[in-house]
Design a protein around this ligand. Structure first.
Ligand SMILES: NC(=O)c1ccc[n+]([C@@H]2O[C@H](COP(=O)([O-])OP(=O)(O)OC[C@H]3O[C@@H](n4cnc5c(N)ncnc54)[C@H](OP(=O)(O)O)[C@@H]3O)[C@@H](O)[C@H]2O)c1
Length: 251
């Protein structure tokens, strides 16, 4: 039996792929070692925290094109991220809660694992990127909006960053996997996009929306990103993981 899990358990295990097919499809190869070590006929693959997923998708083409040193991210996360029935209405209506238990730690550690490497033998090596997260629960239903500042490995022009996002055509899109959206990332040029209500369903909830790229006087650049937490960040992401593993002959 193959388990494709949305839950946090096993995500950081040394022999378990924490997989986003657009980001680290090569990490799926860890399943061979996992089966050997655990003597399991099946396997377990996890998807990432629902805020880490769109963040890492936005960062991947920047890391591979320019190098990436530091990430500072503040999230505005929807109520559905807390599961059903979620928070009591009196806690969340007309409110923002600046704490989601364990979320900031997950965002920081999972991002480094996914942007890191996997090699047979040594296993996973986390990317040497400093990640600092602040997570907030806001009164939206679906869609996690995130404000990120980044320090890249070298000086680049804004047009180069947007081009890196727009030209990002990783394995799932090349292979046209059934759950893969036509575009993994979409950049909106309007000054007030992406917006949670209007942009979360792009690519049937599988596309990560980007916008508001501008210079940051502290880290270099800042931008806004948006991901659908219960589709790309949960079931849709796990389906795509399964499709990738089938394609690679790992199941
Ligand atoms: N929501 C998101 O945005 C999101 C994104 C990524 C990952 N995740 C993760 O995905 C997992 C599920 O999240 P969710 O939002 O779907 O939560 P949820 O709405 O609270 O649903 C949890 C489900 O698990 C079932 N369940 C709970 N304990 C169980 C047990 N001991 N045995 C069998 N079934 C049990 C519940 O059944 P009953 O209804 O019968 O109690 C319910 O159907 C969590 O680990 C969460 O962290 C969620």
């Amino acid at each position: 039996m193959a388990v494709f899990s949305n839950a946090r358990n096993y995500r950081m295990a040394a022999d378990v792929p924490l997989l986003i097919p657009e980001v680290n499809a090569d990490h799926a190869a860890a399943l061979v070692q996992q089966r050997k070590l655990r003597q399991w006929p099946g396997c377990i693959v996890t998807n990432a925290n629902c805020s880490a997923t769109p963040l890492v998708m936005a960062l991947k083409p920047l890391q591979q094109t320019f190098g990436l040193r530091k990430v500072l991210v503040t999230t505005l996360q929807a109520i559905s991220g807390a599961g059903y029935p979620g928070l009591p209405s009196y806690d969340i209506l007309d409110n923002v809660i600046p704490y989601i238990g364990g979320e900031e730690e997950k965002l920081e550690s999972e991002t480094r694992k996914m942007l890191g490497s996997w090699e047979e033998g040594p296993g996973f090596t986390a990317a040497p990127i400093a990640v600092s997260a602040q997570c907030n629960r806001v009164a939206t239903r679906e869609g996690h909006l995130e404000c990120a500042s980044i320090e890249l490995g070298r000086d680049v022009e804004p047009e180069e960053i947007i081009a890196a996002w727009q030209n990002f055509t990783p394995e799932p899109q090349q292979l046209c996997l059934p759950s893969a959206p036509a575009s993994a990332l979409l950049y909106r040029p309007e000054v007030d996009r992406p917006q949670t209500l209007h942009d979360r369903d792009a690519g049937r909830g599988m596309t990560v929306m980007l916008g508001r790229l501008r210079r940051c006087p502290i880290l270099g650049y800042k931008f806004v990103l948006l991901g659908h937490n219960t589709i790309r960040g949960a079931a849709g992401g796990s389906l795509l993981n399964a499709e990738l593993c089938v394609h690679k002959g790992l199941l």
